[in-house]
Design a protein around this ligand. Structure first.
Ligand SMILES: Cc1cc2nc3c(=O)[nH]c(=O)nc-3n(C[C@H](O)[C@H](O)[C@H](O)COP(=O)(O)OP(=O)(O)OC[C@H]3O[C@@H](n4cnc5c(N)ncnc54)[C@H](O)[C@@H]3O)c2cc1C
Length: 450
């Protein structure tokens, strides 16, 4: 049975009082849960498999930490998708309690000022995650609010599921019936550790970039615990096209700037936006592709492929492009003709050569049409491990509004391990923080009712 420690490991149960409330996962969602609990004076123990906290948060800061977005709450919440559905009612609820303004206020409280970039995205003035994380961890360990309880961290403690019903651990679990669903088993450098907390928040992340700690190993354990878990899938991800070896070798890494991507799925849901992306050795990735990735991924899952259309010159009208392509080119090559008349670079012309049959390349009207709507067929999303974030996770039907698992009272879930997704733009971190706060308030309500 996955998630259960073998008998031979003979774990030593800690006493119930040594860890009344645990948070497992020291990413943004888990740390925010710990913060809310600590401020309420609850002694909380945070466990994480990695040697240090917030590894993915730090990575997010590498290219400029996009903490949140400045748009009003209604369009902000409209960016989220929940499970298979269109809307995101649960996420909207958390964001009403802890939205983009609260995120900025929270960062300011840690001494990190933020600014709104030209795209409306919000960044720390220093752009980095490290100063924010450092200040946050310090405040969690040494709270400055009267009555707050210091948070204790237990790094290199990998949660490995619950104890099997017939092990010594489970006997310990029966001695503390208020436990959040059983005896938690951890693997640590000092050997196995078991815990029987009154309440627990799981904030284990999704399955992208597993080397940073969130590997999705929890999914079968939670399913066994009675939670309905949607399979994890890549979100904000690249796609495979399958370029010819010549094209891949010559053009991988080249950006396509100021293009427009449009796509309509088999159900009539459309996407159309200008932006930029990058050609990779196998296909495409980058911000414009990520923005369309949920629709593209789902279409590939349904039909085996998805064909988007690319306008290489969205600033020009179709008539302008047609006239320029049809202009007599004399002895010039097609590539220099398109460069001089339309400003198309070598990468654009190579893409046309890669994707169009020769007859279309030599038909001015057909070529002009393709420059305005070049079909690119995507065969597969890139693997989850490479994605920016995950779709799928614990389904909302399995949870109360407080993010408590209906099947395991006392056990709460938060962050990217829940079944929602959002584009890049600061939406991911905001919702992770907001869900951590929501789960912690759920824990407080449960403790208050005991
Ligand atoms: C390259 C990149 C750039 C990004 N940039 C941005 C950005 O600019 N803005 C934005 O909003 N979002 C960004 N994101 C997404 C954002 O970082 C994540 O959505 C967010 O970190 C998820 O938070 P979380 O707390 O749910 O999970 P995580 O941050 O993944 O934390 C989960 C924690 O749980 C621990 N864990 C997992 N399993 C176990 C276990 N069995 N036992 C113990 N511990 C365990 C992990 O070690 C980890 O520390 C980016 C992501 C990537 C990959």
């Amino acid at each position: 049975m996955p998630g259960l420690l073998p008998r031979r490991m003979m774990p030593q149960p800690l006493s119930r009082s040594s860890a009344p409330v645990v948070v497992i996962g020291a990413g943004p969602a888990g740390l925010m849960a710990a913060e809310v609990l600590s401020r309420a004076g609850v002694a909380v123990d945070v466990f994480d498999a990695m040697p240090s906290a917030g590894r993915k948060f730090l990575l997010a800061g590498r290219g400029g930490l996009n903490l949140t977005h400045s748009e009003p709450l209604a369009p902000f919440t409209g960016r989220f998708r929940q499970g298979d559905g269109e809307g995101a009612d649960a996420v909207a609820g958390w964001l009403r309690d802890f939205g983009p303004d609260a995120v900025r206020g929270w960062a300011a409280g840690l001494g990190v000022q933020t600014f709104v970039g030209t795209s409306g995205r919000v960044f720390p003035t220093e752009m980095k995650a490290a100063p924010l994380l450092r200040a946050w961890l310090h405040r969690l360990r040494h709270p400055d609010t009267p009555g707050a309880a210091p948070v204790r961290f237990h790094m290199r403690h990998r949660w490995a599921g619950w104890a099997a019903p017939d092990t010594p651990d489970s006997i310990a679990a029966r001695a503390c019936p208020a436990s959040a669903g059983g005896t938690f088993c951890f693997e640590s450098p000092a050997g196995p550790v078991t815990l029987c907390p009154r309440a627990a928040v799981l904030a284990l992340g999704g399955g992208s970039w597993p080397r940073l700690g969130s590997d999705g190993a929890w999914a079968p354990w939670l399913a066994q615990a009675g939670a309905d878990v949607a399979p994890l899938a890549p979100a904000n991800c690249g796609f495979d096209v399958g370029w010819s070896p010549y094209f891949a070798e010559r053009f991988a890494g080249q950006p396509l700037k100021n293009v427009a991507l449009s796509f309509t799925d088999g159900r009539g849901h459309g996407f159309a936006r200008r932006g930029e992306f990058v050609l990779t050795a196998t296909g495409i990735e980058g911000s414009l592709v990520y923005a369309a990735s949920a629709l593209l991924r789902d279409e590939i899952a349904r039909s085996g492929h998805a064909t988007l259309h690319l306008n290489l010159l969205p600033a020009r009208t179709p008539e302008q492009v047609r006239a320029a392509v049809a202009h007599p080119r004399g002895s010039r090559s097609l590539s220099s003709h398109l460069k001089s008349r339309l400003g198309l670079a070598a990468v654009h012309t190579a893409l046309l050569h890669e994707l169009l049959p020769p007859a279309q390349l030599h038909d001015a009207a057909a070529l002009a049409a393709a420059i305005g709507a070049l079909p690119i067929t995507l065969r597969a999303p890139r693997p989850l491990a490479e994605a920016i974030s995950s779709a799928g996770g614990v389904r909302f039907a399995a949870l109360t509004d407080a993010l408590e698992l209906r099947a395991r009272p006392g056990l709460f879930c938060a962050g990217e391990m829940l079944d929602w997704e959002a584009p890049t733009g600061g939406y991911l971190l905001t919702a992770c923080l907001a869900s951590g706060a929501r789960a912690a308030r759920g824990v407080l309500a449960r403790l208050g009712n005991e």
